[in-house]
Design a protein around this ligand. Sequence first.
Ligand code: HEC
Length: 133
Amino acid sequence: MKLTTLNTIGFLVVLLFFIIYLISQNSTNRPQQNNKMVHDKKDSSLYFIGQNIYNDSCSQCHARKGHNHNFLNNIFTRVDTSYFKKYLTRQDSLIRVKDKYALSVKESYGNMGNSHNFKFDTLELFGLVEYLK
Ligand code: HEC
């Protein structure tokens, strides 16, 4: 074989490996794109904090999001976010000072004995707001 033919074959082999390398790079890129999606979800982590709390601490009484019955649909058209936070952490105080809204909701649900006196921190409360709005 001539040297130039060998060179050509060598060149083609290198080219082939290069193409295989490119293809394998492409497929390892895919999981990276998935990671990016996971990362994007983390960017709205407040929503997920709220969702977890809701599923753990609220959904045994309030229907899950998407179910119509007794879900806190449009809650922020009825109360603002600062009242919502007060309601969740100090409902007993609101009732004690005869807060009109708290009393009327209590009454409309048949004056049940439960109270929302959760010990959520600021992040958890913002999470719930983000999830429910
Ligand atoms: C033990 C059952 C129970 C749990 C757990 C519970 N709630 Fe409630 N929630 C009620 C009841 C019953 C009412 C109606 C008012 C009352 O009786 O206190 C209510 C009322 C509310 C209201 C006022 C509704 C309105 O229309 O203005 C909000 C807001 C609320 N709940 C949010 C939550 C959130 C958020 C959680 C979870 C962190 C939660 N609740 C957990 C039973 C529960």
